[in-house]
Design a protein around this ligand. Sequence first.
Ligand SMILES: [Zn+2]
Length: 65
Amino acid sequence: MNDNVMRGRRLDGGSRAPKTYSTERLCASTGCDTKLSRYNRREFCFAHAPVKYPRLRGRIVSTEA
Ligand SMILES: [Zn+2]
């Protein structure tokens, strides 16, 4: 019986380090220095998270100050 069809690959992933996040990550938004939790995988702080904006009836709201 040859049962090595499903073998030959170990799943201990030697070459790939687990993805970790540094403890000091800041919001990716320019000028925002809000720190992100290392457990927060998002790039932006809560305020800058690319949320779905409410429907604005087709109007484009400028964010320029
Ligand atoms: Zn931010």
